[in-house]
Design a protein around this ligand. Structure first.
Ligand code: SAM
Ligand code: SF4
Length: 421
């Protein structure tokens, strides 16, 4: 049986795309290989959001140059832009470049080479029915934040029709999926390009009624687009989890304006207050960029203070990385020294480690509902509704089940506990 290997880097959108590619290849008769060496076709799903991610992809491509053997090598993800010729010149040992949203290009290539069994329509494929499945609901982004390459690589916003999303979720639920994570770079603007009054809030109402589905999550929210209607839907609908991913990026108004984020720090903090008032025990995660062009020590301190006062459950922090073609890289000097960027990043990480440990520590002794997703290093693992990772030991296979776990250990990154029967 032919084998494929897929290597993925980047955000949940890339992971969702890789799930779709894997499902297509498996229907075409391929089995998964854990290493590139044992595979007939190797696919790399790339990310270019930061230079460090792009560097890893290039390194991987180079390392496969000498070990290519007779296997097919394909590149997808955000590195594949409109300049395919440029990519072909840089990486002549790669057989196929295809944009992640165009699975039919992979299908045509496979059939052209006589590699696929044929007849599989990639559009008919649903993601693999795991306990928790990603469902893309909106592609692309219209925001053009000044530092971000995504709109240039993923194109303008395109919402999937409501019926198509509902059908996919119903299909997943009927095959055993318990949780769906609705994905979009800016998921809150879902529906603005569709006819009628489609919105994320309306979609949540529809999905909340899908039989067999236990949990619904969505990410990523944009602070300027998070409506009261959406907050109310989250508060009212029992299957929508109490977790919001709401990137703030910076806590200083000057930096936020230079980033073109469309809100002030004060507006963001008031939005957080509204969410917390409406949804008690909600967990919030955020993203932050440190060392944006011109960010002074005082401006960084405002970001630090916002994080200290708002107390997020999770903070993803990254050093600013100039990306070719973006407004910031064209117009603003990358003038914060690397060592200072790293110092700021570490300061945020240390602050957040303490906050997360305190927030999680309050869960000690509590019984919490966990959806069990799999097994790692001899322990079962799953997530709470608030997206916290919980490990526990049990002789029974509880994958796909909802169990109550009493928390016996709480660290900043995960919890441990015992099943209560
Ligand atoms: N759409 C989401 C939003 O509005 O924040 C996030 C999408 S972006 C692909 C994921 C994260 O990467 C961002 O939240 C940001 O913190 C980070 N990021 C994007 N561009 C970056 C850059 N040039 N340098 C450093 N971090 C960056
Ligand atoms: Fe990038 Fe901004 Fe769009 Fe997020 S909202 S993907 S940060 S341009």
């Amino acid at each position: 049986m032919p084998r494929y290997h897929i290597w993925t880097i980047g955000c949940q959108m890339n992971k969702a795309d890789s799930d779709g590619i894997a499902a297509y290849l498996e229907q075409a008769g391929y089995t998964r290989s854990v290493s590139a060496d044992g595979a007939d076709i190797v696919l790399l799903n790339s990310c270019v959001v930061r230079q460090s991610a792009e560097g890893k992809v290039v390194h991987k491509l180079e390392s496969l140059r000498s070990r290519r053997g007779g296997r097919v090598l394909a590149l997808t993800g955000c590195m594949v832009d409109s300049d395919i010729e440029g990519l072909q010149q840089r990486f002549p040992h790669v057989d196929l470049f295809f944009p992640p949203q165009d699975l039919s290009a992979l299908s045509r290539f496979m059939e052209g080479r006589g590699l696929a069994s044929g007849g599989v329509d990639p559009r008919s494929l649903a993601a693999k029915p795991a306990t928790s499945a990603f469902v893309n609901i909106i592609q692309g982004c219209d925001n053009f934040c000044s530092y971000c390459i995504v709109p240039y690589r993923r194109g303008r916003e395109r919402s999937r029709p409501v019926d198509e999303v509902v059908d996919e979720v119903e299909g997943l639920a009927s095959r055993g999926t318990k949780e769906v994570i609705l994905l979009g770079q800016n998921v809150d603007s879902y529906g603005h390009d569709l006819d009628g009054d489609a919105s994320l809030a309306a979609l949540l109402h529809q999905l909340n009624a899908v039989e067999g589905l236990e949990r619904i999550r969505f990410l990523t929210s944009h602070p300027k687009d998070m409506s009261d209607e959406l907050i109310e839907a989250m508060a009212r609908l029992d299957r929508v989890c109490e977790h919001v991913s709401l990137p703030v990026q910076a806590g200083d108004d000057g930096i936020l304006e230079a980033m073109r984020r469309g809100y002030t720090a004060g507006q963001y903090v008031r939005l957080v207050e509204r969410i917390r008032r409406a949804i008690p025990h909600v967990a919030l995660s955020t993203d932050v960029i440190v060392g944006f062009p011109g960010e002074s020590g005082e401006q960084f301190q405002r970001t630090f203070d916002l994080l200290r006062e708002s107390r997020f459950d999770t903070v993803h922090v990254a050093c600013y990385s100039p990306r070719p073609g973006t407004i910031a890289s064209r117009k603003l000097a990358d003038d914060v020294p690397d060592a200072e960027k790293v110092r700021r990043r570490k300061a945020v990480e240390a602050l957040q480690e303490g906050i997360a440990a305190e927030i999680n520590g309050r869960l000690m002794g509590q019984r919490i509902e966990v959806l069990v997703e799999g097994r790692k290093k001899g322990k079962w693992w799953g997530r709470t509704r608030t997206d916290k990772l919980v490990f526990f030991e049990d002789s029974v296979d509880r994958r796909g089940q909802m169990v109550d776990v009493e928390i016996t250990h709480a660290g900043p990154w995960s919890l441990r506990g015992e099943v209560v029967v």
